[in-house]
Write a protein that binds this ligand. Structure first.
Ligand code: ADE
Length: 254
């Protein structure tokens, strides 16, 4: 069972993912164990202060080293007691390396993750230097705190763990596993506001359907994320499918 501890001033935010949907069901099935730690519980002064003004001046506040480091150590100790040999210590911040499918898979292979969610002005750098293995960003924009980023990491990692998804929801079919964007999807009715489902999907010919889906995935990736396709490369068959897509799209004015 993957051990996940989070250091956060807002533990209740995590109920949003741990209590519903796939991630809630995976918790019930003991696919992972989740425990939040609040640095405020480790603050020693009467006002339970966890932040202070930045040395050198400037706007905003910085999370103080001592309560944070105590919370991080408590989380690390709990993981070691739960049998994790070496918990992977992660700080969520816009300065981190970008989260990708490859990074998600490497996190999913760990025994334990400790996620540190700071406020966006940041945490005292000495805590990062002493305690953190990996700094991770979920994109080039600034959130008001690391909690949403930590939840994004948790969701992406947990759904890759054995037992998290039902057979019908297999992660192998996911976008990015093949380095491509997903194909379009349709369900009943056959016609919606005069727009029909692509006939091939109604044909019952599974080889044709698989070929059509791959063609759509290649075409959309070329049109929306050419960087992904360039990084991945294409087989000769895929090149042929993409050329077909581009001719058809041109005919349809897309
Ligand atoms: N904290 C604030 N913004 C963030 C981002 N983009 N990624 C990760 N953590 C963050």
């Amino acid at each position: 069972m993957l051990q996940i501890d989070v250091i956060t001033l807002f533990p209740k935010m995590f109920d949003a993912i741990t209590e519903s949907g796939i991630i809630g069901r995976a918790r019930d099935r003991r696919v992972y164990q989740f425990l939040p730690w609040n640095p405020r519980d480790f603050a020693t002064n009467t006002h339970r202060t966890v932040d202070d003004r930045p040395y050198g001046g400037g706007p905003g506040m910085v999370m103080m080293a001592e309560p944070l480091e105590k919370a991080v150590s408590a989380a690390r100790q709990r993981q070691i007691s739960a049998g994790v040999r070496k918990p992977r210590m992660i700080y969520l911040s816009p300065q981190g390396r970008l989260l990708t499918h490859e990074l998600v898979m490497s996190l999913a292979a760990e025994q334990g993750l400790v996620l540190l969610a700071g406020r966006y002005e940041g945490v005292d750098e000495r805590v990062i230097a002493r305690q953190i293995d990996d700094e991770i960003s979920i994109g080039d924009y600034v959130l008001s705190g690391g909690e949403l980023a930590a939840m994004v990491v948790m969701d992406a990692v947990i759904r890759q763990l054995p037992g998290a998804l039902g057979d019908a929801e297999s992660a192998e079919q996911d976008s990015f596993v093949r380095g491509l964007l997903d194909c379009p999807h349709y369900t009943r009715p056959e016609s919606h506001e005069g727009v029909a489902v692509p006939p091939v999907l109604m044909s019952g010919n599974h080889a044709d359907i698989t070929r059509w889906r791959l063609k759509q995935a290649l075409g959309r990736t070329q049109q929306r994320r050419p960087d992904l396709l360039a990084a991945r490369g294409m087989s000769a068959d895929e090149r042929t499918l993409l050329d077909e897509y581009l001719v058809e799209a041109q005919g349809a004015g897309k």
